[in-house]
Design a protein around this ligand. Structure first.
Ligand code: XMP
Length: 325
């Protein structure tokens, strides 16, 4: 398969060019797919969302989106995907609640790479099960983008839907595979996706699982999810959300002593991480103003039950990776 960006594809830097790309892609997709059905794993990330929106425009209901909730998504993320794609764009969407299934498989597993592999394998298993139940699916769409092709190696095990079991033969549809991220975003806007969705911060495939260092438990995962939601709300309020590359919280599997209402506590702590980067290969630390940090700290300590301490990670990459696992 040809994996080199064609010279005829000019850099997309304007709304007009993005609209032209949409028009041409829709035409090509209609020709390629005809009246057949296409399956797509829709995580709600920028790439799969733009791929979905393009395909909805091209083939409508013949696109079958599968959204797997593996329990490692951010607060309200699945709801948002259903609202945007099923309710607003009228997509055919299969929602799979696989929360317990993933958490069972991950129970007691503390090694980061083993956790990633379990999440990746389980995802493929769940997706393959859904795929086998569908009739007449000929194509599999993927939100591969050009950097994925250029950097198909890495320090950590990444996961995507590549590597489906052999009994599932699909032809691949990858409508944005020659686009860079900034171009994918412009195409998303041209398709009418909301800026909040198109300019979302990067989110790892294994989700909050890598922000819950050590063996994942339902309780600690909830602490990550709730503290992350507070951080995102406060960053949106003070304008940092649109400025900072990536920001999130981590809740390691370690407790410390604290005091509350004159009672000794022994609880987990939240780490805040906010970094800037161009391509994620290196990163610098965002200097969050102390008043903002204090506001976030107060909200986390008041609202997230089971947390008695808040820390800030000031490590650049290198030496730390962006994620903790
Ligand atoms: P690190 O932690 O290696 O992360 O500095 C670099 C960027 O990649 C994201 N990341 C992942 N994305 N699957 C993904 O799809 C993964 O397993 C994964 N691990 C890290 C991370 O959030 C950061 O943006």
């Amino acid at each position: 398969m040809n994996n080199v960006r064609p010279e005829s594809l000019k850099r997309i830097v304007s709304e007009e060019q993005a609209k032209k790309f949409v028009e041409e892609s829709v035409k090509e997709l209609k020709e390629q797919i005809g009246n057949n059905k296409v399956l797509l794993a829709l995580s709600g990330g920028v790439d799969s969302s733009v791929t979905a929106a393009l395909l909805i425009k091209a083939i409508g209901k013949n696109l079958v989106c599968v959204h797997v909730n593996h329990g490692l998504l951010r607060k309200d993320e699945s709801k948002q995907v259903i609202k945007t794609f099923q309710d607003e764009l009228g997509a055919t969407l299969i929602y799979v609640d696989a929360v317990d299934r993933f958490l069972d498989k991950l129970a007691g597993v503390a090694d980061p790479e083993t956790k990633r592999k379990i999440i990746g394998k389980e995802f493929i298993d769940v997706f393959a099960e859904v795929a086998r139940k569908q009739d007449d699916i000929k194509f599999l769409a993927q939100g591969t983008i050009y950097p994925d092709i250029l950097e198909s190696h890495g320090i950590k095990a990444h996961h995507n839907v590549g590597g489906l079991p052999e009994d599932l033969h699909f032809e691949l549809v990858e409508p944005v595979k020659f686009l860079y991220k900034d171009e994918v975003r412009l195409v998303g806007l041209a398709l009418g996706l909301k800026p909040e969705m198109v300019y979302r911060q990067p989110f790892p495939g294994p989700g909050l699982g890598v922000r819950c260092p050590g063996a994942i438990t339902k309780d600690r995962l909830e602490l990550v999810r709730e503290s992350d939601a507070i951080l995102r709300e406060e960053f949106a309020k003070c304008g940092l959300a649109s400025k900072v590359w990536q920001y999130f919280t981590i809740v390691p599997d370690y407790r410390s002593t604290g005091i509350n209402n004159n009672q000794r506590t022994y609880e987990y702590f939240v780490v805040i991480r906010a970094v800037n980067s161009v391509d994620a290969t290196s990163a610098t630390v965002e200097e969050i103003p102390y008043d903002t940090l204090f506001k976030i700290r107060d909200r986390i300590l008041n609202e997230v039950k089971g947390i008695n301490r808040v820390l800030v990670d000031i490590t650049p990459k290198p030496t730390g990776t962006i994620e903790w696992e």
